[in-house]
Ligand binder design. Structure first.
Ligand SMILES: C[S@@+](CC[C@H](N)C(=O)[O-])C[C@H]1O[C@@H](n2cnc3c(N)ncnc32)[C@H](O)[C@@H]1O
Length: 239
């Protein structure tokens, strides 16, 4: 993803997905981040945006560092406070020394990076042995490009169609009128195996249903309430 895309659209992102307005963050992502990073004392939030995960984790007493290349995100992050330290940088070249954190999180950012492997390598480098890594993704299988609810009035069938899952896909998606951002798709095994190669071994996975507040805003999802939008992997850095 070009940093320019995010400089251009940082304000749009903040208005629609932060500061309490997005039910998936409020009801699902932020509580999951708090729970799964609970034991960590020195936490790095990679691609931290305007800092909503960072603030949530810092609330529990952890020392949190947020890193993001987008100035428009970091200015808002600093203004929103919460006892977090921020620095400008990219996931592919983290400006921190080896083994300097015991917790790390990447939330809804890796699917914008192509390639994504350097970011995972960097997280593995800066995480101390025994440290925890939480990765939040748009569910790679069930949200593969072309997936969606099908209501077939001729065959009288309703089902969730899964789009092409195995091939990589790079698309500029119009996520809202006039807002185009790049989204990459790759199968889940790629994430798991790149993590495992660097000693980040998955110990827990969550696939929660769309939360009630989201379904209330997008009633078409009520029918697809058995299909997760989000995937959380919690991995532990091999000793
Ligand atoms: C969808 S937002 C998610 C923000 C935050 N993680 C959250 O969940 O609230 C994606 C973020 O990725 C950041 N980003 C873009 N390129 C990046 C890179 N190369 N390394 C780290 N972050 C990047 C953007 O600036 C943006 O803040």
């Amino acid at each position: 993803m070009s940093a320019d895309d995010w400089e251009t659209h940082a304000g749009w992102w903040q208005r629609h997905f932060t500061d309490g307005v997005d039910p998936e963050y409020e009801e699902q992502i932020l509580p999951l981040a708090e729970t799964h990073l609970a034991g960590a004392r020195q936490v790095l939030d990679v691609g931290c945006g305007e800092g909503q995960l960072s603030r949530r984790v810092a609330r529990r007493g952890a020392a949190v560092m947020g890193v993001d290349p987008t100035a428009g995100q970091l200015v808002t992050a600093a203004a929103r406070g919460g006892g977090v330290r921020y620095t400008r940088g990219a996931a592919e070249a983290l400006p921190f020394s080896t083994a300097s954190f015991d917790g790390a999180v990447i939330c809804l950012t890796l699917e914008h990076l192509d390639p994504f492997e350097p970011a995972v390598h960097e997280v593995a480098r800066v995480l101390a042995p025994g440290g925890v890594f939480c990765l939040f993704l748009n569910h790679p299988l069930l949200q593969a490009p072309g997936s969606g609810w099908i209501d077939d009035h001729i065959l009288e069938e309703q089902y969730w169609r899964v789009g092409p899952y195995l091939p990589d896909d790079v698309a500029m998606e119009e996520v809202s009128p006039g807002i185009r951002l790049p989204f990459m798709h790759r199968p889940l095994s790629r994430y798991i195996n790149v993590m495992a190669d660097r000693g980040l071994l998955v110990e827990h996975m969550d696939e929660p249903p769309p939360p009630p507040g989201f379904v209330a805003k997008a009633p078409e999802y009520a029918e697809a309430a058995t299909i997760p939008r989000l995937l959380l992997l919690r991995a532990r850095k091999h000793e």
